[in-house]
Design a protein around this ligand. Sequence first.
Ligand SMILES: [Zn+2]
Ligand SMILES: [Zn+2]
Length: 411
Amino acid sequence: MYQKPKGTRDIFGDELKRLETMNAVARSFFGQQGYQEIRTPTFEFATLFDRSIGETTDIVEHEIYKFEVNRKWYALKPEGTAPVLRAFIENKLSLPARFLYICSMYRRERPQKGRYREFLQIGIELLGESEAFYDAEIIDQGKRYLDLIGAKGFNIELNSIGCPECRRAYRERLGTYLEPNISKLCADCRRRFEHNFLRIFDCKKETCHKVYDKAPKITDNLCKDCAAHYDGVKMYLRKYGIEYAENKKLVRGLDYYTRTVFEFKHRGLGAQDTIIAGGRYDLLMKELGGPNTPCTGWAMGPERLLLTMPKEVPHIDKEVTFYVVGMGERYMDEIIRLRNDIQARGHVCISGNPDAPLKQQIKKADKVGTAYTVIYGEDEEKEGVYAVKEMKTGKQTKIQREDFKAFIERI
Ligand SMILES: [Zn+2]
Ligand SMILES: [Zn+2]
């Protein structure tokens, strides 16, 4: 009798149907948000992950499946971000770019409930955007996806881990605090502090956390720019009406993460309670040999998520493209409402950052190849209209706000 390897699963019947529906909803929903699906190889050259993950992170070296063929080392992909960036650089794609991936990943971890050695991940990556608006946007998109498939009972934790500059100064402060307490820490934490010090907060041991509870936190030691960015993320999340909890001990195990980190956690899942994990990784593209490019994204485990969901998942369809731009932050509410209206009618719609200069937003709209750009600012507000630019002809018309729904329906 043959058996499947430890940590793998056979998926069939109802579970497979539900997973496929979740994938289909992801394709459709993120397609509507302007994300393009990308499929990278199941295996890559091992050096890609050595470069991006390093040996001192949560995906430690021995958790990667490596194999040698003709004196070349390959690795089954343990995560999706580095391959997407590798593909972006290698195929000379243009910025800004939005990618969705739905792929199996492989890690040699100890299997337990909700954790397997081969597991599915749905992830999004938004490349080329540095502003706080976009950190909030991808969190909003994660939440709306979960709402759409009927997931409930999750909460969102948020933190900022700053930039290398903040971390240099902070590491010293933390070191000074930890020095007299070093004997109370576990061996793992003592080693982590040497190599990847933020990760000490990932420790599961209560004795270590007793020390960390009173330790200075990176969140309170951000440089001016990072602090402003973090404030921005929180402001936009409030605008989106998203509830979140700040967790100053939330860090990501990967060296290339900067500033925003977040997790969606589910109370019913026990120790493996994270269903979405993500954040900003402004340093990875350069690390992999590409141009200096701010990036943000997250990954979700649909199999784990499914454990929390007893119900059927709904389905949505996708069609053409709108790009909605606002002239200033005070039009954000209107922009969100407009975008939701358009998407609810089955169209693809991306919203620009209303804080960014109009010219820049229009340029981005042009780059993603939108059919229509909808502009809303002071003049439009006064007149009770939307300015709608047909990108192919360059023709701009004003449409009464009350007539706009009928306009979308005609397209
Ligand atoms: Zn900083
Ligand atoms: Zn520890």
